[in-house]
Design a protein around this ligand. Sequence first.
Ligand code: SF4
Length: 232
Amino acid sequence: MKEAVSLLLAKVHYPVHSLGYGKRVGIWLQGCSVRCEGCLNRETWEFDEAARIPVQSLVERVEGWLAEADGVTVSGGEPFDQPEALGALLVLLRERTAGDLLVYSGRSAEYLRENHAGLLGLIDVLITDPYRPGSGQTLTLRGSDNQRVWLLSEEAKRRYPATVNGDAWEESERRMDLLVEGETVWMAGIPRPGDLEKLEKLLAERGMGVSFSLRGGGGARVEAGKERPLSP
Ligand code: SF4
């Protein structure tokens, strides 16, 4: 890998349980040119140079988690908007984990095959297509039902059910991660319609002022920042 390769990073977190198999490292890249209508993650749209970090530094930051993580989920923003950096990141992750590498994209699989075929060989699970909530929001791992899951490796086929592309969520399977960092609480996962409003109401009832700042990637991996910590 070239030392100089860098990327725009929105966030990293471990553990994340809601965006793939098992206990995962979550990496959200900053910047998205897809611009889906209804995107819940508009804060990741800007290609903010202040968020630039060497890929090597990012890998060093997550390296300690990789030994026990079941895999890594890369989301955004739009990861394929930074193809060289995404490739460098995936190569370094692959060298350091036996877990599966899952990548979300708002682009179609057809577009990715035509323009980024080399990167697809580095990915175990690819989830494609723009966020279109009008298509329904019932299917596992996806923000909207038009999105497709591609099991690209043998490891992916071993871990994820072959029916994953048509699987509806069991309500018991649908989960969100609540990530507390100092004065901020983030949510990562795929909410049902109305979930964020319910959480906002719940926190308000506990006397906590909430200011949702929705971020993530692919339409429904959401993070919500609030003004005060969850513990009153
Ligand atoms: S849903 Fe994802 S791909 Fe679509 S605009 Fe939002 S961040 Fe970009």
